[in-house]
Ligand binder design. Structure first.
Ligand code: UD1
Length: 418
């Protein structure tokens, strides 16, 4: 397994191109199952999770081809409605084929994803919503077996919580249902807006995406389309934290300022300068940071996918800060690893109290999940000495060319191949 070696201390400066959003791509690729025509996605990031989704969709019978750099063409005939445990267990977003397969084929069998490092993460909202659309759901031998031989019917669905994945699955299923579906308490993330825009380009009739109430007027068929994937706000946010923690000055080219407002407010309060430019966002830090409290929330709140990275920044801020996690129950696995690098952090239930130190020290550390791994990269960039981060396959799921992007800004970082 590869490791990453970082010698900390460099103030990063330069520009970093922000790629297409992983989480948008993972919902857009299954949308290819909704039509017998070609769906062409551009600005597709090169990531392990995208390769996993490619394998999943291909084993349903579709051809997924790279027709130009960062361009995927998805099309063909569905020949298999089973999403096997072998793939779903590797990546929870695999559950997003359930809605499209069911709507298109009247049947789908998808392995239950199970828990993961950051929590139990059930899929009950997805299943209840599909039942409300008329599906019959049975759980058998670890698989969800969903059937709707006479098609799905529009319904009023109130999500118990604005789940991103459930909103996406239901958006796709309802696009091909008979009649009108209203999803209330829907997730409003930019990735939902992106999915709805792509579905509308395919002939769907969706309004309200980006608000908590989405209305979908079902249509009998969807057609092909070409869609450019929205920039990755979490990748942008992570590199904004890299500028903050190293006292650097980085332009995040292609990033959208509006998608990161909650993070920007927190970083500004901590003393970081953030300005919008024609080509993206400039993040400039003197390196003197002040501790700030933050709580994760559904969009437009502060994203749970940025909590670990912000914690690394707060570890070197002056004074204390309290970071509260409200989305996932077990998302503090980075705390013991950051502590090995000299961070002073105490966890009380869903909150972590961080008492800033003047400098972190290098250590061998281990990535435990995707965002935890990027928080360790950030900590290592600011630490005295050379750190080695192992289990970087977590990082490769969600960050493209991280060594190249950071070394272009002056970081001393290299991959140690196993
Ligand atoms: C998506 C993102 C993930 C991000 C998360 C929250 C993708 C591929 N992943 O994950 O990076 O951290 O949104 O912004 O887009 N829940 C249930 N039952 C359900 C569904 C969700 O109880 O059926 C709970 C979850 O356990 C969690 C909360 O709802 O506590 C939010 O989860 P959700 O928004 O669904 O996250 P994902 O779509 O899995």
């Amino acid at each position: 397994m590869d490791r990453i070696e970082i010698t900390g201390g460099a103030r990063l400066s330069g520009s970093i191109p922000i790629g297409g959003a992983k989480n948008a791509a993972l919902a857009l690729m299954p949308a290819g199952l909704l039509t017998d025509q070609r769906l062409i996605l551009t600005n597709v990031p090169r990531l392990a999770d995208i390769r996993t989704m490619t394998r999943l969709i291909a084993q349903h019978g579709l051809a997924v081809e790279t027709t130009a750099p960062r361009t995927l063409s998805i099309g063909g005939t569905i020949t298999n409605t089973v999403a096997p445990y072998e793939i779903v267990s590797q990546m929870r977003a695999s559950i997003l084929v359930l809605g499209p397969l069911l709507a298109r084929q009247g049947e789908a069998k998808v392995s239950l994803p199970g828990g993961c490092a950051i929590g139990t993460r059930p899929v009950d909202f997805h299943l209840r919503g599909l039942e409300q659309l008329g599906a019959v759901i049975e759980l058998d031998a670890g698989y969800v077996h969903a059937t709707a031989p006479n098609g799905l019917k529009g319904a009023e669905i109130l999500l118990p919580m604005p789940s991103v994945g459930a909103t996406e699955n239901l958006l796709m299923a309802a696009s091909l249902a008979h009649g009108v579906t209203v999803i209330s308490n829907a997730a409003a993330e930019p990735e939902i807006v992106d999915l709805a825009a792509c579905l509308n380009a395919m002939g769907a009739r969706i309004t309200g995406a980006g608000s908590s109430r989405i209305v979908i007027e079902g249509v009998p068929v969807l057609h092909g389309a070409t869609h450019d994937i929205v920039p990755d706000r979490i990748e942008a946010g992570t590199y904004a934290c890299a500028a903050a923690i190293t006292g650097g000055d980085i332009v995040l080219t292609g990033a959208r300022v509006g998608h990161l407002a909650a993070l920007h407010n927190i970083l500004r309060e901590a003393g970081v300068e953030i300005t919008e430019q024609n080509d993206g966002i400039r993040v400039k830090s003197s390196g003197r940071l002040t501790g700030v409290d933050a709580k994760t929330d559904p969009y437009p709140g502060f994203p749970t996918d940025m909590q670990a990275q912000l914690m690394a920044v707060m570890a070197v801020a002056e004074g204390a800060s309290m970071l509260t996690e409200t989305i996932f129950e077990n998302r503090f696995m980075h705390v013991p690893e950051l502590s090995r690098m000299g961070a002073r952090i105490v966890v009380h239930g869903a909150s972590a109290i961080v008492r800033g130190v003047s400098q972190l020290s290098s250590a061998p550390v281990m990535a435990t999940d995707l965002r935890a791994s990027s928080s360790l990269i950030l900590a290592a960039l600011a630490a005295k000495g050379t750190s080695v981060i192992s289990r970087v396959y977590h990082l490769d799921r969600g960050y493209e060319a991280v060594e190249e992007k950071l070394s272009a800004c002056g970081a001393s970082i290299k991959r140690l191949k196993d």
